[in-house]
Ligand binder design. Structure first.
Ligand SMILES: O=C[C@H](O)COP(=O)(O)O
Length: 249
């Protein structure tokens, strides 16, 4: 299989005010002094994208949003469009995170529509999938992620730059992680579902792992077959911790 460059993306979620720009600056400075062996991205809250774009201009750190609306414009109070995320300075956008699926009722079809909007705006989507603890305990993990891939990835992704992030819901922010064997098994199933949906276009995009990735476990997780990077929450908020993960690639 052709390997794409690994991507390590930090999802700040609803954390970080202007003061946190110092962490982005420190990260960029470190990566300018010693280049990373992977792509690196930070995805701050929408209000920080513009300011962070200035801080990260001419550095190796890419910038992403955490969500966008599926429509291009209109009466959607509180939402931002994909074009707005791009206009603020982002190159990527996280879509379908489990916190949006669970907290805002986003379905696979909603996510697929957002992916279309992101592509139209020139953004590279990072499409999140993952099973709940109840689904894993019921032996449904593979079926759930396969269904999410089939429903959340529109055919138009074929030939476009994108990533899928496998994030078991029970591993997010808990300190728990699947075994390396479980990660390998799910990533293989996700890859098969991507190829079933997109044909050859599903073979190259990286499949990131997310859920309690930290400097101490990053190397072993990133070495698992077809783990194409990491989507990092808590440990991306401090440059030093995030660098520990990036250096493990
Ligand atoms: O998007 C990131 C994930 O939800 C992982 O979060 P975490 O690294 O804090 O477990």
């Amino acid at each position: 299989m052709k390997q794409s460059v690994k991507l390590v993306a930090g999802n700040w979620k609803m954390n970080g005010l202007g003061a946190s720009l110092g962490e982005a600056e420190a990260l960029a400075k470190a990566l300018q002094e010693q280049a990373a062996a992977c792509r690196v991205a930070l995805c701050p809250p929408a209000t920080l994208i513009d300011r962070m774009a200035r801080v990260l201009a001419d550095t190796p750190v890419e910038l992403g949003g955490q969500d966008c609306h599926a429509e291009a414009s209109g009466a959607f109070t509180g939402s931002v469009s994909a074009a707005m995320v791009a206009d603020a300075g982002a190159d990527l956008v996280i879509l379908g995170h489990s916190e949006r699926r669970a907290g805002f009722g986003e379905t696979d079809a909603d996510v697929a529509a957002k992916v279309e909007a992101a592509l139209a705006a020139g953004l590279e989507p990072i499409i999140c999938i993952g099973e709940t603890l109840a689904e894993r305990e019921a032996g449904q993990a593979i079926a759930v992620v396969s269904r999410q891939v089939a429903g959340s990835l529109p055919p138009s992704l074929s030939g476009k730059a994108f990533a899928v992030a496998y994030e078991p819901v029970w591993a997010i922010g808990t300190g728990l992680t699947p075994t390396l064997e479980q990660i390998e098994e799910v990533h293989a199933a996700v890859r098969a579902a991507m190829v079933a949906k997109l044909g050859e276009g599903g073979r190259v995009a990286p499949i990131l792992y997310g859920g309690s990735v930290k400097p101490s476990n990053a190397a072993e997780i990133l070495a698992v077959a077809d783990v194409g990077g990491a989507l990092v929450g808590g440990a991306s908020l401090k440059a030093e911790d995030f660098l520990g993960i990036i250096r493990a690639v």
